[in-house]
Design a protein around this ligand. Structure first.
Ligand SMILES: *[C@@H]1O[C@H](CO)[C@@H](O)[C@H](O)[C@H]1NC(C)=O
Ligand SMILES: *[C@@H]1O[C@H](CO)[C@@H](O)[C@H](O)[C@H]1NC(C)=O
Length: 340
């Protein structure tokens, strides 16, 4: 009998302990997208273990000097709590502190893919504060007023171009973005409006010109990025708080345009299109054929399907070209393995 009491007591004790557990995810001084990617991976994992705090001291996207961050923009501030030492103390437990590298290690250990986790996370977390939602609504109303189809382009220069050059990888050219839209979407993407988003003024201008000529689209632009040559993270981090805050809201408006446009072209060299992909597919349930990766990898989900049918069509036209690209790639992956 005594053993039973002890057992019950231990059980109650454990339940109480579990309820008090907590995790603090640490954001870095890197940009919006890499940090939010980690958050989306991490959220469905660590909420298994009590409260989830976000320490965004180093993150430049704030509207308050202290204690803000996620909750300055998102209404999901009960799900992701902006960390302060006082809030952690009030919970009565020292939280487990995790950095991006710990999230990666945990994902590796569990063998879970990130796509499902990210999908779960955006459904819980992607809700804006009313003030942000209001300007987002105004932007989306403008999008609705544009001629269809709307094709959003994310043209990222700045420190991403520098980064790629340093790693001897070729940045995607304006021509490549437009060609990719045509290749992936065909004539369905023609004759509407091209929504040109991003940071580098020159690259965006060139893309607009080529898009207009090749897709026959009208051009829609947003207020230009404050820095002509594009976004440099270390420079952005030095800007005054009010400017970083306002810029983040403007950036979220761009994000929503990319999410809601009929078609989207970006590159997986940058993290933002990975988030856009999740928002389009998991939140809005958009057709996966409407998203294209313009990088050399063409790593968007639908490309292998497109490629298979393109090669087939070529063969039927009597061209003696072997479906070489497809055959080489499929040595590693069977048809079934990429269909499920
Ligand atoms: C759960 O949280 C507690 C701190 O509250 C921590 O000690 C423990 O390691 C966490 N467990 C996991 C699996 O993360
Ligand atoms: C934004 O638009 C949605 C849908 O049209 C509406 O339900 C919501 O109330 C609007 N929010 C704000 C803050 O204007």
């Amino acid at each position: 009998m005594r053993g039973l009491y002890a057992g019950v007591f231990l059980l109650i004790f454990q339940v109480i302990v579990a309820a008090d557990a907590c995790t603090v995810l640490e954001f870095t001084g890197e940009g919006f997208s890499p940090n939010v990617m980690w958050l989306l991976h991490a959220y469905p994992l660590y909420t298994m273990n009590g409260s989830f705090f976000l320490d965004s001291k180093l993150w430049p996207h704030h509207c308050k000097e202290t204690g803000g961050g996620w909750g300055d923009f998102f209404a999901s501030d009960q799900e992701v709590i902006d960390w302060t030492p006082e809030k952690e103390k009030a919970g009565g437990e020292v939280c487990l502190r995790q950095k991006a590298q710990h999230v990666d290690e945990l994902l590796h250990k569990l063998g879970t893919g990130t796509e499902e986790l990210d999908g779960m996370a955006v459904n819980k977390l992607w809700r804006f504060k009313p003030a942000v939602q209001k300007v987002v609504n105004a932007t989306l109303r403008e999008l609705k007023g544009l001629n269809n189809p709307t094709v959003a382009f994310h043209i990222r220069g700045g420190d991403l171009s520098a980064d790629l050059q340093q790693n001897k990888r070729k940045p995607v050219s304006p021509q490549q973005y437009v060609d990719r839209a045509l290749e992936a979407f065909g004539k369905k993407a023609k004759g509407g409006t091209c929504v040109i988003l991003g940071d580098d003024h020159k690259l965006m201008g060139e893309t607009a010109k080529i898009a207009k000529a090749k897709l026959g689209c009208a051009i829609y632009r947003r207020p230009p990025y404050y820095r002509k040559a594009g976004h440099i993270q270390s420079e952005f981090n030095k800007e005054p708080l009010a400017k970083r805050c306002a810029h983040t809201v403007q950036f979220l408006q761009d994000v929503e345009l990319m999410t809601h446009a009929d078609y989207f072209v970006g590159t997986f060299h940058s993290n933002l299109p990975k988030i856009i992909q999740t928002l389009r597919f998991s939140l809005l349930h958009k057709d996966k054929r409407t998203f294209a990766d313009a990088s050399d990898l063409k790593a968007d989900w639908y490309e292998r399907v497109r490629e298979y049918f393109r090669e087939d069509a070529k063969q039927r036209k009597g061209k003696k070209t072997m479906p070489a690209a497809y055959a080489a790639a499929s040595q590693h992956r069977s048809l079934l393995s990429w269909l499920h």
